[in-house]
Ligand binder design. Sequence first.
Ligand SMILES: NC(=O)c1ccc[n+]([C@@H]2O[C@H](COP(=O)([O-])OP(=O)(O)OC[C@H]3O[C@@H](n4cnc5c(N)ncnc54)[C@H](O)[C@@H]3O)[C@@H](O)[C@H]2O)c1
Length: 364
Amino acid sequence: MKSVSLDKIFRRSKPVRLVCGRGLPPLSRLAPGICGAADKICLVTDRRCFRALKRGFDGMLGGLAGRTVVFETPSAGNAKNFKTLERLLAFMLENGLSRRSLVIAAGGGSVTDLAGLAAALYMRGVDWISVPTTLLGQADAGIGGKTAVDLRGVKNIAGVFHQPALTVCDTSFLDTLGGKELRAAAGELIKYALIAPGTPGRIISKSLPGALNGEKKDLSAVVSACAAFKFELVSKDEREETGLRELLNLGHTAGHAFEALSRTRLSHGEAVLWGLRYAAALSYKLKILDRKYARVIETALCLTEPHALPPACLDFDRFSGFVRRDKKSGGRANRFILIVRPGALKAVNDIPAGILKQCLKELE
Ligand SMILES: NC(=O)c1ccc[n+]([C@@H]2O[C@H](COP(=O)([O-])OP(=O)(O)OC[C@H]3O[C@@H](n4cnc5c(N)ncnc54)[C@H](O)[C@@H]3O)[C@@H](O)[C@H]2O)c1
């Protein structure tokens, strides 16, 4: 037989939709095609969230309840691992889900990351709907199709890109969050205020203090602006190939290291807040960011006071190990997204260890 060689580029071409608002209609009205075609539905949530939002979820499911089975993860913070992923996939199998079935992920970022990955793996991929219920989830984690679990303490190291067919950010689901949980989103929200240029960036900066205090109008403004900005950006660089999506990594190189080294004592949002502080310190030290903007950024970062960095986070050898292994470093010694001014960022590689160490010391 003659040998054959073919080169093609394949892309998933199904439409993807984002809907943000307060008191939104049931999913069967927002996505009649997907919901109508699903033979079975698996609602994935976590215990605490399910209790808090039982009535809201009943309204969201509307006429779909008869076809729906519910998988509850015991605790959101510990859900992103292979053990829970395996349990979820086994649950889907035991409940007879097929290739025509639908996964609905309703919860914080831990739930949408885990359930999105299960949807990508089950029978080589079924449709899923993302319904983030935390401020961090609605502004960031629940949007964009990045799914993953953690492995051996390294965040999000095993995952795939699998776009949800629909993402629904209903801000009425945020009413059951306490002040501490709202403030956990501060890091990601400040990140958007720094990366979104022009009007979206201004809306986020203006509404940020009110949103962190639970003001409904500000929450709606912040969620819509962040979610729309991320959705737009992801649509232009779905698989982090052009560099555009990399902007979303601001504060995350150090942030993920802090989160892992703190052994969950810092929430993701708190770790990102410290990661942004670190990125701002590096930007200033490398003379990329001038003093005027450094002050503006420091004022924003002081809007909430995260837990202090645990001593393990300040151990430079362990910190730099995580920075080196960061997925985005691409085999280089390190790669950081740094701030030129709000709305303008720059990727910098191979920053000398001495500078990284000095900036870590400054966080003490
Ligand atoms: N995929 C992405 O693009 C992306 C981006 C950023 C973060 N993440 C991931 O997101 C995760 C953090 O997500 P998170 O901050 O949303 O936290 P989380 O999912 O851990 O949830 C935090 C807590 O809030 C509770 N909860 C959720 N919704 C509630 C509600 N409406 N009322 C009352 N309680 C509620 C949960 O039960 C949980 O106890 C991290 O694992 C991070 O890696 C993913």
